[in-house]
Design a protein around this ligand. Sequence first.
Ligand SMILES: C[S@@+](CC[C@H](N)C(=O)[O-])C[C@H]1O[C@@H](n2cnc3c(N)ncnc32)[C@H](O)[C@@H]1O
Length: 294
Amino acid sequence: MEEEKIKKEAEEEAQAQVDIWKYVFGFTEMAVVKCAIELGIPDFLESQDGQAMTLDGLSAALGCSPSSLYRIMRFLTNRGIFRQVNQGHGCSSQNSTSNAIGSSSITYVQTPLSRLLARNGEKSMAAIVLLESSPVMLSPWLGLGRRVLANSPPPFDTYHGQDLWSYAQNNPAHSKLINDAMACDARVAVSAMINGCPQVFEGISSLVDVGGGDGTALRTLLKACPCIRGINFDLPHVVSFAPHSDGVEHVGGDMFHSVPNADAAFIMGLTSYPFYSMSSGCCMTGEMTSVSAY
Ligand SMILES: C[S@@+](CC[C@H](N)C(=O)[O-])C[C@H]1O[C@@H](n2cnc3c(N)ncnc32)[C@H](O)[C@@H]1O
């Protein structure tokens, strides 16, 4: 019995010594995926219409050295982001390193995961990765300990001296990163809503999307429900850059003061966002017959 306990403890300790490296180098997952998006690897492979692309061809197209690219691709194929196909053998291998680096026999194709990283894909998540991996968003996480100890304001506010939305107002480039990222989320979430519970929108002739970003959610919804008149409500600096779309009116304002009248309102957002409690902070003067949140 004692022997078994000692053996189990030794196994757990050995496993811990392996697992700890996930925390030491955890950031590499995000860094390498960001690198792939910035280099445009998913977009380039997507443009090949399913044809496998050689390592040499890919590095020439991207303007980088085959050996550096090979190391990035080896990491990514190991995670199921891209698939390595060894041409000439008709077989595929995710981890094979047997080919010489730079060999034209190493080729890559897209996978469902890498397709999500193409910038223009219908279900693209590239903009969310680029937002969350930006130094502006990442740095506050590194001060989480101080936030817990001091029960101070959210890490973002403490680090940047202002909340996320004020920061975005003062930094248009970051505001664009946020809006593009939210648009990715909106496309996927609204499509799922329309497919999963279309009855929610029955009988509604006007709908206000509170915190609707650049209006992607309403644009997506109105394709399926063209009879609805959409009001995209967000902060003035956000709606001032929102693209025009028939059937969608952009209104700028502060939801903690009032929101436009409509038959119904919806509020949607990534739950990890510092999107402070609507119920405690806001006073809505609009008439609303139904509200669905998160
Ligand atoms: C997490 S994003 C969600 C965007 C969009 N609903 C989506 O899910 O894709 C929150 C949105 O609320 C907006 N917002 C933040 N504070 C606001 C306020 N006081 N009044 C109106 N909009 C606000 C932000 O500009 C941002 O577009």
